[in-house]
Design a binder for this molecule. Structure first.
Ligand SMILES: [Zn+2]
Length: 114
C-alpha cells in the first residue's frame, strides 16, 4: 500500500529530527499534501497511527493541509485551479499546461509538547 510507505517515510523523518527521549512529546506532525500526490489522507492517517501505536510516538497526530492543483497555461499564461483529472486551461481550454502545485508531499512542522 502506497500510504504505508509514505507513513514509514514520515516516521523516518521524525526520527531524524526528534531526539529519541523527546519522541513521547511529539504532539502533531503537520503535512502538506497535494491533491495530485495520489495520497488518500484517511488511509495515510490510519497507516501512521497503526505504526506508532504502542511506541513513544503513540500520542502524535497528523495534521494534513491539502494543496489544490494549479497549472499555468503555456499558451495564454493563465493560472487555472484544476479539478483532479481535468487538465486544460480554464481560459483558453488549451491542454498545453504545466502543473505548478498539487504534487506536494512535505512535512511542514513537527510540534512538541512543552
Ligand atoms: Zn490558456
Amino acid at each position: 500500500m502506497h500510504e504505508m510507505s509514505v507513513a514509514k517515510n514520515i516516521l523516518d523523518i521524525v526520527h531524524e529530527h526528534v531526539q529519541s527521549e523527546d519522541e513521547n512529546r511529539v504532539r502533531s506532525i503537520i503535512l502538506k499534501i497535494g491533491e495530485m500526490s495520489g495520497i488518500v489522507c484517511d488511509s495515510l492517517e490510519f497507516c501512521f497511527s497503526s505504526l506508532v501505536h504502542n511506541t513513544p510516538l503513540g500520542g502524535a497526530k497528523l495534521f494534513i493541509q491539502t494543496i489544490p492543483i494549479s497549472a499555468e497555461c503555456n499558451f495564454c499564461n493563465y493560472n487555472s485551479r484544476l479539478e483532479y483529472g481535468i487538465f486544460f486551461c480554464e481560459k483558453c481550454h488549451s491542454s498545453d499546461i504545466k502543473i505548478i502545485s498539487g504534487r506536494e508531499l512535505q512535512i511542514v512542522q513537527i510540534e512538541l509538547e512543552d
